[in-house]
Design a protein around this ligand. Structure first.
Ligand code: GZL
Length: 340
């Protein structure tokens, strides 16, 4: 396991939660769960947290949502949670509804990096602090959010290229490396930054022998990965490596590769990012060659930050998560201990 040293936020266990009152479903894609006795430091009243989630597009996202909900319950916060089904307009309207409800803190994972200044200015005017989780935004006004709790996606792209070197050596690969890239959601921070990180290492160390022959978004979904990989194999039958920005697209691509009569993990070497359980299963079956971990279990760190922000304490501008990288020989041993 290649350990990647990153900051780990000073994780202070949040106070034990009280009982959770029943969830009240207000409309499709959103829910409210009320906190218990612990006020999260606001003297009796439970912290009211509004959270807008990207959607439910991948195994990573499901694990991330579960982590946020469980940690909010543990912390005794009142959590208003909405699923935007990967639509920015749904996230913007959810944030506006949290502003109207006068929540104490707003947290969200921005589906894409641009188009947030207006609604974040409305939150600032309402004096509601905003915490980014998972993905970042592009803004000229740094005061529009307090901190980002999430991974370094550029580093993940670099790690993917570095571990591909190891995969090629282990496979005894000779000759040109013709790479197909399945990109994440167009305009999303992980898609932009993973591609950038991978290309940086490729340009620096493999200018002459690696080439990305085709690259397209599969929108982080299994269906997208399968559909786009099938098209790749039609247009570029000599592809011998797949770099997938997440496991779900890699798993979809595996179906397309097998349908084309080729062996994933052998005829086409596969490097992916996330580290969800199904990714590890595919790796243990020899169909994925290496996985760069991207940790979705951000809930406890997020609740710790929310408590500090609500109490007016200073927090780091970027709170990174600890992540590792895995090659095929480690998959079987690691699988039973995977937490997502
Ligand atoms: C990364 C996260 C990405 C995952 C995908 O932090 O934003 O979105 O890599 C998920 O699986 O859909």
């Amino acid at each position: 396991m290649l350990n990647r040293r990153n900051f780990l936020a000073a994780a202070v266990g949040v106070a034990a939660a009280g009982a959770l009152t029943a969830c009240a479903k207000s409309d499709a894609g959103s829910s409210t769960s009320s906190g218990g006795s612990d006020s999260g430091g606001s003297g009796g009243k439970a912290i009211n947290l509004g959270f807008s989630q990207v959607g439910s597009e991948s195994g990573w996202r499901t694990a991330n949502s579960d982590s946020v909900k469980e940690a909010a319950k543990e912390a005794g916060y009142t959590l208003k949670f909405s699923d935007a089904q990967q639509k920015q307009e749904n996230q913007i309207s959810a944030i506006r509804s949290y502003i109207a409800q006068k929540v104490d803190v707003i947290a969200f994972s921005p589906v894409v990096v641009t188009g947030w200044d207006a609604v974040l200015k409305e939150a600032r005017t309402a004096k509601i602090p905003v915490v980014l989780t998972d993905r970042s935004v592009e803004t000229s006004d740094e005061s529009l959010y307090v901190t980002l709790v999430g991974s370094d996606f550029t580093a993940e792209g670099e790690r993917a290229a570095v571990i591909l070197e190891k995969v090629l050596a282990t496979a005894g690969h000779k000759g040109e490396v013709k790479i197909a890239q399945l990109e994440g959601t167009t305009g999303a921070a992980p898609a932009i930054e993973r591609a950038k990180g991978f290309k940086t290492v490729m340009d620096r160390q493999h200018k002459d022998d690696w080439k990305i022959v085709v690259s397209q978004t599969g929108d982080f979904t299994r269906a997208g990965g399968k559909q786009v990989m099938a098209a790749f194999l039609q247009s570029n039958p000599d592809i011998n490596v797949l770099f997938a920005h997440n496991d779900d697209m890699a798993i979809g691509a595996i179906q397309a590769i097998e349908a084309a009569g080729k062996k994933p993990g052998k005829d086409i070497l596969i490097v992916s990012i996330d580290g969800v359980k199904d990714g590890f299963v595919a790796m243990s079956e020899g169909k994925i060659n290496a996985i760069v971990e991207c940790n979705p279990l951000l809930g406890p760190q997020l609740m710790d930050v929310v408590k500090k922000v609500h109490a007016g304490e200073k927090v780091e501008r970027w709170i990174k998560t600890e992540e590792s990288d895995y090659t095929q020989d480690q998959a079987k041993a690691a699988l039973p201990n995977r937490k997502y």
